[in-house]
Design a protein around this ligand. Structure first.
Ligand code: GLY
Ligand code: MN
Ligand code: MN
Length: 460
């Protein structure tokens, strides 16, 4: 945890922005995997961590703005629990670390909230992505469960997003810790991948590196010779010489700050000419996009700049044709680059996506496009100092998508379908780094991980 003053000051700021009423923070519980006591790895809710830092299951918090009270609800462990779990801090001790001195039993939460709701006071809560928490709120507020989503507090959500978007110095240090571990995961994979291995032989070790650091993964490892599948979590292929591996992985520190890096390398350690050509287009795109980052620019414009760089590069290789700006404005490049350029990163790898991506990445001035590809852009709005974001362009040859577009003769004026016949077995290339937006520019976070073809071939 950070010092308690950090949490006290974050809550103080929040209280200024949300009033009047009662704010509810639903912490996460343990979730059974195959029977009650065999649970999934516990993960606290990130907003709960942000305001309270308490990384234990079964906690709920209330900030009563009108009565200026902050309460943590939970339970103390009995001797029977302690026999199985070892010594535990009391609820009071835990809450004190977050600068909170009022605690009560779990069941008192329902009574408190019910009373506030029946008195007609405003109840503020965030989007609920866990069914248990939804059911609990619905029961307490005597509301149909489907209604829970409709009563989310926009004021609270906007206030939380505003705060969590601007990373504090102590948070940036944690993110850099995560990226330092991520550096080891990526350099290990490059140094130790050999033709004939099964992907899981390496993806498992990559995960182990993060665990050995007392850390964990910020999302399941993507490590695949089928990099054309964007989020490929299957690791059963044999890595044959001649293939590329897309390795997208990140550690999450013990305080739950994420890293998220992608590198693409040749299984054999040496890129073929065809692989080099595509790789250089993605690398140029990533460097061009990073270079453009500064406060005040719309991330959507950086995404479009990346799309134009990709389309321009593919035109030079004879895969695309025609006017590049027109091709991008009509969305033809999305056959090869069907996802967004990046996202915010922090306590969640896709930071705050559980709140509402349309509030995190968009605002009154930038609305989400409906165009294929651009519609997946998670972050479009103007960048501000202290945002931490990813920049992750890619080029993918997805045989099924190519086949469908070809059949429909889609964007035939911009895509050279004949040339594509030679790329159906290519796979994909993605390159991703994590970037801090500074007062006037940007800084790539963490130690540089081999990225140019020379750097990758030499470490391998
Ligand atoms: N690792 C998922 C992503 O890059 O967004
Ligand atoms: Mn990633
Ligand atoms: Mn990412």
């Amino acid at each position: 945890m950070f010092a308690k003053e950090v949490y006290i000051s974050r809550r103080k700021e929040l209280k200024k922005n949300v009033k009047p009423g009662v704010i509810v923070f639903t912490g996460n519980g343990d979730t059974p995997m195959n029977y009650t006591d065999n649970t999934y790895l516990f993960r606290q809710d990130s907003t709960f961590l942000y305001y309270f830092g308490l990384d234990f299951p079964g906690l709920t918090a209330i900030i009563d703005i009108d009565e200026d009270k902050e309460i943590i609800f939970g339970y103390d462990f009995t001797m029977a629990d302690i026999i199985w779990m070892g010594p535990q801090d009391t609820l009071k001790e835990k809450a004190a670390e977050a600068g909170i001195f009022l605690t009560d039993e779990t069941s008192a939460f329902e009574a408190y909230l019910k009373q506030a709701s029946q008195a007609g006071r405003a109840i503020h809560y965030l989007p609920q992505y866990r069914l248990e928490n939804k059911v609990r709120l619905a029961k307490t507020l005597e509301m149909d469960i489907d209604y829970i989503d409709k009563n989310i507090s926009n004021a609270l959500m906007k206030a939380v997003i505003k705060q969590r978007s601007l990373k504090e110095v102590n948070e940036i240090k944690e993110i850099e810790k995560a990226i330092d571990i991520t550096y080891e995961m990526h350099t290990y994979a490059m140094k130790n991948t050999k033709p004939g291995m099964i992907e899981s032989e390496r993806s498992g070790m990559v995960e182990g590196i993060s665990l050995a650091h007392g850390s964990r993964l910020s999302f399941p490892v993507i490590f695949s010779i089928h990099g054309e599948t964007l989020h490929n979590h299957y690791h059963t292929n044999i890595m044959e010489s001649g293939r590329l591996v897309v390795h997208d992985a990140g550690a999450e520190t013990s305080m739950h700050y994420a890293g998220d890096i992608t590198r693409t390398f040749a299984v054999s350690g040496t890129f073929s000419n065809r692989q080099k050509e595509i790789y250089e287009v993605v690398l140029k795109t990533q460097l061009t996009a990073i270079e453009a980052l500064k406060p005040g620019i719309l991330f959507k414009d950086v995404h479009l700049l990346a799309a134009e760089t990709i389309a321009g590069g593919l035109k030079e290789l004879g895969i695309m044709k025609g006017n590049i700006k027109e091709a991008v404005s009509e969305g033809a490049h999305a056959l090869f680059f069907p996802h967004g350029l990046g996202h915010m990163m922090g306590l969640d790898v896709h930071d705050m996506e559980g709140l509402d991506e349309n509030y995190v990445g968009y605002d009154e001035t930038v609305q989400r496009s409906k165009q294929f590809g651009l519609a997946y852009l998670r972050l479009a709005k103007e960048l501000k100092p202290n945002y931490v974001i990813t920049v992750e362009p890619g080029i993918y040859f997805i045989p099924q998508l190519i086949e469908q577009w070809k059949k429909e003769e889609k964007h035939g004026n911009f895509i050279n379908y004949d040339a594509l016949e030679n790329y159906l077995d290519f796979g994909g290339v993605r390159i991703e780094d994590d970037i801090l937006i500074t007062e006037s520019s940007h800084r790539i976070l963490g130690k540089p991980i081999p990225k140019t073809i020379d750097e990758i071939e030499s470490i391998m």
